[in-house]
Design a protein around this ligand. Structure first.
Ligand SMILES: [Zn+2]
Length: 270
């Protein structure tokens, strides 16, 4: 009997993961002459370029967009100066890249962003028909009356009245453990990361902006512009323990070195 139960459990776990696909899109890059605002000295890392990804997760019960890259308005414009010593660039907009999968924004039922900074919500306004999965704290900060300098509400204003699920902690997106939003506050008030369980690739953690650089993770550094440093360090502890427990592969979303090794859409991980 125990053996049968165990087999059933294993079978259900396997079927829960089967069919989940992860697509990675190039949603731009950022270049900085000086990285000291990230809590690192310019000697502690030689990295000056950050990759900006978008991700699409396909599950048999629906699609989830995770992070929406740089503002679509700058697509194809070449390097755009943000401020002295800081440049952003986006080659092709996310909707343009989705067409390669025969998809439009309308085909995506749920969206979630690791947080609401400009380099993660650049295409957000295209998803006002989708259900937004967001921490209650982040929602209140992003859509509240008080202006928060690091947020650009024009990039996501269309989502103010969209369907949303206000989260207060972790959230199992499809109810089968294959895609889990994990609350990891500190970079912003409601920052979150995503744990995927892919049948072939194995568990994978998309870490949002928990770290921007490999050196940030190695040296446990937090950017000066984070919402709360202590909370960030606690979130690092929580996520690192989860990675240890699950054996998940850890992706620093902004890592250019990592991005150079990734398969981009229309290829996928499953
Ligand atoms: Zn970022």
């Amino acid at each position: 009997m125990r053996q049968i139960l165990l087999t059933l459990l294993l079978l259900s776990a396997a079927s829960a993961q089967a069919g989940v696909k992860l697509y990675v899109f190039d949603c731009g890059n950022l270049k900085f002459d000086d990285v000291s605002a990230f809590g690192l000295t310019n000697e502690e890392t030689s990295v000056r370029e950050l990759f900006v990804p978008c991700y699409l997760i396909e599950h048999e019960n629906g699609r989830l967009l995770w992070d929406a890259g740089l503002p679509t308005a700058i697509a194809g414009q070449g390097p755009v100066v943000m401020e002295s010593g800081a440049i952003m660039e986006l080659g092709r907009s996310l909707p343009e890249q989705l067409t390669e999968l025969d998809l439009t924004a309308a085909d995506i039922e749920q969206v979630a962003f690791s947080h609401m900074h400009f380099d993660h919500v650049g295409a957000a306004n295209l998803f006002s028909h989708s259900t937004l999965l967001i921490q209650k704290t982040e929602f209140e900060a992003a859509f509240g009356d008080e202006l928060i300098s690091v947020f650009d509400p024009t990039l996501y204003s269309e989502l103010a009245d969209s369907k949303h699920k206000l989260l207060e902690g972790d959230h199992d997106v499809f109810g089968d453990g294959s895609v889990t939003i994990v609350s990891a506050p500190g970079h912003t008030v409601g920052h979150q990361v995503l744990l995927l369980r892919l049948a072939n690739f194995g568990p994978l953690l998309l870490s949002g902006d928990l770290y921007h650089f490999e050196a940030s993770r190695r040296l446990r550094r937090t950017p000066d512009f984070n919402f709360d440093k202590t909370q960030t360090l606690q979130a690092m502890d929580k996520v690192e323990a989860l990675v240890e427990k699950t054996g998940a592969t850890f992706w620093i979303e902004h890592s250019k070195a990592l991005a150079d090794t990734l398969k981009l859409a229309p290829a996928y991980y499953d």
